[in-house]
Write a protein that binds this ligand. Structure first.
Ligand SMILES: [Cu+2]
Length: 294
């Protein structure tokens, strides 16, 4: 147990940390949000060639949850191809958080038109979701509505890919070893659609579906870049699956013409917990998402 003074100290540090993060606010949840992008029937966006970008790092403060080894013994093909398969709900390296889905939620373009009422060009090409080593590659990805998702099975075993959306129809397909790629698309914006495998219960992926192309997924070093962003003022959301239904952080970001705006996000418990004794792991209540929600 913590002494009273230790708890008081922690509270003070948490409050200071919150103040320092005043430029960002957060919200919980993650699924089933229909207000995630412009209508495709809105005013067509016409580029002036002055697009900028939104770039930043996603960090995790506090004691990082450790990845756990997955028991794949139910399928010998998985064990032999991926003998050390690890959980991917938290992928943290040197305090940087991977697999965070960062996207523009709403805002106003430089000409005062609303982001959510602007129609951006339809997607070209496909994105690929590969089942490889009995996990999904990538673990988190983004697509535009109606964009083809190419689903491949690179494993010597049968997978059963199962999309479990809230706003889109359920979709469930078996894909044996050596089967041709499958194609699927989602017609309604949804952040994010969970994907699972009915054969291998540990397999999970998340797909962000938006009506615009302004999204990115943080890399292993926590970095992300959203490219070709029209100048304007935006609400940018960072979503991470965490445990359960996901956690969102939001930030107001202004993109100037041909400029790179920075938006860094932080998940996890307070920075005050870094380097503290392991007994402090008992304090999950100091989680920014609920404290700073507004
Ligand atoms: Cu599978």
């Amino acid at each position: 147990m913590l002494s009273r003074s230790a708890r008081l100290w922690l509270g003070i540090v948490a409050a200071i940390s919150l103040l320092s993060l005043a430029s960002s606010c957060t919200g919980g949840g993650g699924g089933g949000n229909e207000n995630t992008g412009p209508t495709t029937t809105g005013k067509a966006y016409s580029s002036k060639g002055d697009e900028g970008s939104i770039t930043g790092k996603v960090s995790y403060t506090g004691t990082a949850p450790e990845a756990k080894k997955i028991d794949t013994s139910a399928d010998a093909a998985c064990t032999s191809k991926s003998p050390n398969l690890m959980t991917e709900d938290w992928v943290i390296k040197d305090g940087k958080l991977a697999n965070t889905f960062v996207y523009i939620k709403e805002g106003t373009l430089a000409d005062n038109s609303k982001f959510t009422e602007t129609a951006f060009p339809a997607p070209s090409g496909t994105v690929t979701l590969d089942q490889n080593g009995c996990h999904y590659r990538p673990h988190v990805l983004g697509v535009m509505v109606k964009q083809d998702i190419n689903i491949t099975n690179s494993d010597p075993t049968t997978h059963n890919i199962h999309f479990t959306p809230k706003n889109n129809p359920d979709w469930n397909q078996s894909q044996p070893n050596g089967a041709a790629p499958l194609t699927h698309k989602l017609n309604v914006a949804e952040v994010l659609v969970p994907v699972k495998c009915n054969q291998h219960p540990w397999m999970k992926a998340y797909i962000g579906v938006l009506k615009h192309p302004f999204f990115a997924v943080s890399a292993e070093d926590g970095s992300y870049t959203i490219k070709n962003v029209p100048p304007g003022k935006y609400t940018v959301v960072a979503w991470h699956e965490g445990q359960g239904s996901g956690t969102e952080k939001t930030m107001e970001v202004t993109v100037a013409a041909k400029a790179a705006a920075t938006a860094d996000f932080t998940f996890g418990s307070t920075a005050a917990l870094i380097g503290q004794p392991s007994s402090l792991k008992l304090l999950p209540a100091i989680e920014f998402p609920m404290l700073s929600k507004h």
